[in-house]
Design a protein around this ligand. Structure first.
Ligand SMILES: [Zn+2]
Length: 132
């Protein structure tokens, strides 16, 4: 068997699909334990398999993706509502003032879980100097 140089892209043992882990906000290894203990805060480790989540560092990734996606959704929705329904201005303020935070939290929850699962899937971590 030949080496392909793509071993890091293989699913780690016991890993689940990053999409499943992202949508369900579950542990990227076992797919059963909850990844988050509140809406957006990570647990220290998986309550089922014990995977330590210290390897996780999604940084600003989920927020950046959420900003771009929400911008398209909310602006597109506001334009559609305005041109199709022509409501008074206060309807926009109430509608988008309620819809936007709900979409933002749901999207951030999914994106954070998805990016954690992708980090686990691809074994992404900080570079290290070899001590060998
Ligand atoms: Zn687990």
């Amino acid at each position: 068997m030949t080496e392909t140089g793509n071993e890091s892209a293989q699913v780690p043992p016991g890993g689940v699909s990053p999409v499943y882990a992202g949508v369900m906000a579950k542990c990227p290894r076992c797919g059963k334990g909850s990844l988050l203990h509140t809406f957006l805060n990570l647990r220290d480790r998986c309550s089922v398999c014990g995977l330590n989540y210290r390897f996780v560092d999604t940084g600003d990734g989920p927020a950046i993706f959420a900003i771009f996606i929400l911008g398209v959704l909310v602006l597109g929705g506001a334009l559609w509502v305005e041109f199709k329904l022509e409501p008074p201005l206060w309807v926009h303020a109430v509608l988008w003032g309620i819809v936007t935070p709900i979409l933002a939290i749901g999207l951030l929850r999914f994106l954070k879980s998805f990016l954690v699962a992708l980090q686990y899937y691809h074994r992404a971590e900080e570079g290290r100097l070899s001590k060998d």
